[in-house]
Ligand binder design. Structure first.
Ligand code: C2G
Length: 134
């Protein structure tokens, strides 16, 4: 039983998020996703459109996801890896190199991001469309 884990905000859930979770699950048998809480997103300097409860429920409904927990801070990853017996930590390569210290505890995999889509871009497109129609 190979346990995989990833972390993220997953706001305005989109195809890039889906492909990340799909590829993460393909690396093992069980996928745990730590979804950033609203408070932690404030620490990350991110303002979410969807509140934590909604983002967590949407991620939990994705077929590749087996468990969802809150991500409350930067420091919880080592404890999570031990607690859930994680074999593989995976995240998009916009984080390339940032989590190499976790190699002491598990495999660390950085997956190529899906291009041409991001929560920020979606917000900008919606904003432009609303302006165009007003
Ligand atoms: N992602 C992707 N392709 C995109 C957008 C996002 O592969 N076009 C990936 C990111 O690399 C990340 C995951 O989808 O692995 C979630 O993205 P975000 O919600 O932006 O997560 P982030 O804010 O980077 O949080 O402790 C780690 C942080 O919580 C990561």
């Amino acid at each position: 039983m190979k346990n995989v884990m990833t972390y993220g905000t997953f706001d305005l859930f989109h195809y890039g998020h889906l492909r990340l979770l799909e590829r993460a699950k393909a690396l093992g048998d069980h996928l745990t996703v730590a979804v950033s809480t609203d408070d932690f997103n404030a620490v990350k300097g991110k303002k979410c459109t969807y509140p934590f409860e909604h983002r967590a429920r949407i991620v939990a409904a994705i077929r590749y996801v087996d468990r969802v927990i809150p991500e409350r801070n930067w420091e919880q990853k080592v404890d999570d890896i031990k607690k859930f017996n994680i074999d593989v930590f995976v995240i998009g390569d916009d984080w390339q190199g940032k989590f190499d210290h976790l190699r002491e505890y598990c495999e660390v995999v950085y997956l190529p991001r899906t291009s041409n889509i991001s929560t920020t871009e979606i917000k900008q497109n919606v904003h432009k469309e609303v302006k165009r129609r007003s």
